[in-house]
Write a protein that binds this ligand. Structure first.
Ligand code: MIC
Ligand code: SF4
Length: 657
């Protein structure tokens, strides 16, 4: 039996273990990316590992999240990241150069290579035939120092695309359809490979929209073959030398295959407030809207914005809707400016935002309470827009722009009838305008010797976790439900600027669940910590969905949390918990979740012993006077990391021999 593309690339990079679904493997990482919101911690940890210069083929540090610059924090971070990148031999993409995933696809992505990024949407580069994986910043720091990246070898799901997309139906509708089918939970341990006649017609940016939202499925990575479309894209980016054809073997064996006939698809929308709450646009058409935003790493490519501009040309947005456009990169913005498309958008009424994450991560453009906002983004978790009672729908650029013209959710297939607008056919340009004015190249070792790393007082080195106790006495600080995201655990929005200051940021842990008049999660945790009692988080299925932010582990650890007991935990978050020495435990019997209550006192007598060898742990609920069993699903390396008090200590010990 032949190999899938995923296994081919994994095999070519294997340094530890064997390629078989479910096995722990270590792989060599060719490229890394970090962004500023996760990057400052990653570099502080990289520096404390004493690693010196990066040892990958290339590593890029991007500034794209924290760019509002209210107060000095953001700029302090930028200066730190710029100088530490210069010192350590990285490329540095300055604020305004664009969203990391879009820029990486344009400037660095290479078929067949591995990419590890401290952002959950790193698999965007799967659109160019890379094996691209999201991880916590500490894992990326280790990879920058040439350490292998460890993961569970995924099962591979094949998605066979047949037929042609109809007019006004977009690739966003393909991935929304799949999200509706597979949901955001239960897909841990899978990778998705797209192939078939339908896949062959898609351009690299279109493929990247699909692989980008694999993050919402919760899969390890998503990938397309590298073929003529890939060559064309790389040639247009003046990087044809990076091209190599690459595909799965013709007789590759997939664990499961799903077939999607592109011709049968129709415009789709993810309704509030989960990316898997999917309906057809036709079903929700007519709902009044107040805001439309086009952008984010999912849909801000040149093609996406040309589609928007062409539809808008000569038209005018609806009076009751505000409309913003954030081009994904400076290259895209530059191209739109040169060919007049920017002027079309401006004259139709668009507000042009910087090339950055912006509204996607609650950095401005929060909608009014209860007002419906249509966004071409990838996440619509409640409150992520910065408005508590937001109503965010995720749609394609085509649906977004049709709706901005009418003021209601509108099926773009109605545009010819409503406004006489013909479907604009899109062609990948033969040449992109390469704009590297804000991209700094790595310095040589001699040049780097003169660089002084700037670390302002708002940048605080995070505390290293204390060792785990032999026996754990812990109190349930919170009992949350299913699908709790890392946005729930660690809010972004106005708190995002605190990313480089764990003691301050930790005050916001579970902020959305805090009740007025009651001590906050952080206050309760600190009080317990002072009494020498550990904090425990209890959760339902799919705990830690969404963002890769390791602060969702680092900040609870700072507050004294030592265990999470959940029905299931998502891949990146589980790795982050282990890296910061919080024990991830699964309920052996999901019914035990129902019995446990907030404030219950729990006791694990032989914690260290079980971590060493066992896979079941007896937990005594002292308040409820009963016992239940927890499962430890850990690799040998995970156990060693927990016993070493976290990944940083583990790595230091290994390097010290
Ligand atoms: C996100 O989309 O939630 C983010 C912000 O890009 C995160 C990273 C972060 O929290 O900094 C992600 O997706 O990993
Ligand atoms: Fe930025 Fe949004 Fe993409 Fe995250 S999902 S990288 S916040 S654009």
């Amino acid at each position: 039996m032949g190999q899938t593309l995923t296994y081919r690339i994994l095999s070519a990079h294997l340094v530890d273990g064997k390629i078989a679904a479910g096995e722990q493997i270590g792989i060599r990482i060719d490229q890394t990316l970090t962004q500023d919101a996760t990057g400052t911690t990653a570099f502080l940890l990289f520096e404390s590992m004493g690693a010196g210069r990066v040892r990958t083929e290339l590593s890029v540090s991007y500034i794209d999240h924290n760019m509002s610059q209210f107060g000095p924090e953001n700029h302090n971070d930028h200066l730190y990241l710029q100088t530490v990148a210069a010192k350590s031999g990285l490329y540095h993409s300055r604020a305004g150069n664009g969203i990391c995933h879009q820029v990486h696809l344009e400037r660095f992505g290479r078929p067949g290579a591995t990419l590890l990024g401290s952002d959950s949407h790193t698999p965007t580069c799967g659109g160019i035939g890379m094996l691209a994986i999201g991880a916590g910043g500490l894992d990326v720091a280790v990879a920058m120092a040439a350490g292998p990246f460890y993961l569970t070898c995924p099962k591979v799901l094949g998605v066979k695309l047949t037929g042609h997309l109809g007019d006004w139906v977009a690739v966003k509708d393909v991935i929304l359809k799949l999200l509706g089918q597979l949901s955001t939970k239960g897909n841990v341990g899978w990778a998705v490979e797209y192939f078939g006649e339908g896949a062959k017609q898609l351009s690299v940016p279109q493929r990247a929209t699909i692989t980008n939202m694999g993050a919402e499925l919760g899969v390890t990575t998503s990938i397309f073959a590298s073929d003529e479309q890939t060559r064309k894209f790389l040639a247009a980016q003046k990087r044809e030398k990076d091209y190599q054809p690459l595909a799965a073997d013709a007789d590759a064996e997939y664990e499961r295959i799903i077939e999607i006939n592109l011709a049968e698809l129709e415009p789709m929308a993810a309704c509030p407030s989960s990316p898997d709450n999917v309906k057809t646009v036709a079903e929700i058409a007519g709902v009044q809207i107040g805001q439309v935003v086009v952008g984010s790493c999912t849909n801000s490519s040149f093609d996406d914005l040309m589609m928007v501009a062409k539809i808008l040309r000569g038209g005018r947005i609806n009076n009751m809707v505000e409309f913003a456009v954030a081009p994904g990169s400076r290259e895209v913005l530059n191209m739109l400016a040169e060919n007049g498309a920017l002027a079309d958008m401006i004259s139709a009424g668009a507000r042009i935002l910087e090339s950055a994450c912006g509204p996607c991560i609650g950095q401005g453009f929060s909608p009014a309470g209860g007002v419906v906002s249509l966004r071409t983004f990838n996440r619509n978790f409640a409150g992520r827009s910065g408005t508590t009672d937001d109503q965010v729908y995720l749609v394609s650029p085509e649906t977004a722009v049709a709706s901005v013209l009418t003021g209601r959710i509108t099926d773009p297939r109605d545009l010819p009838k409503l406004f006489g607008i013909e479907y604009p056919r899109m062609e990948l340009p033969d040449e992109f305008i390469v704009n590297d004015s804000l991209m700094e190249e790595p310095l040589s070792e001699e040049e780097a010797a003169n660089v002084q790393v700037l670390r302002a007082p708002t940048i605080v080195v995070p505390q290293v976790p204390p060792p785990l106790p032999k026996a754990l006495q812990g109190k349930v600080l919170i009992k949350c439900g299913d699908k709790v995201t890392t946005d729930h655990i660690m809010p972004a929005g106005s708190f995002l600027k605190l990313r480089s200051n764990v003691p301050e940021y930790a005050k916001a842990v579970f902020n959305c669940f805090n009740e007025q008049g009651r001590p906050t999660f952080a206050e309760r945790a600190i009080e317990l910590k002072q009494k020498g009692i550990a904090g425990v988080i209890v959760a339902g299925v799919s705990y830690g969905q969404g963002s890769s932010r390791e602060h969702a582990a680092l900040c609870p650890m700072h507050l004294g949390v030592r265990a999470v007991i959940a029905k299931s935990i998502e891949r990146i978050h589980k790795a982050n918990l282990i890296n910061f020495c919080i024990v991830p435990i699964e309920f052996a019997e999901p019914a035990d979740y129902d019995k446990i209550k907030p404030d219950d006192l729990l006791q694990i007598d032989n914690l260290l012993e079980v971590i060493k060898a066992g896979d079941k742990v007896k937990i005594v609920n002292k308040t409820g006077s009963y016992e239940f069993v927890g499962r430890l699903v850990l690799s040998e390396r995970d156990r060693q990391i927990l016993l070493s008090a976290g990944l940083l200590n583990y790595t230091r010990r290994k390097t010290d021999g």
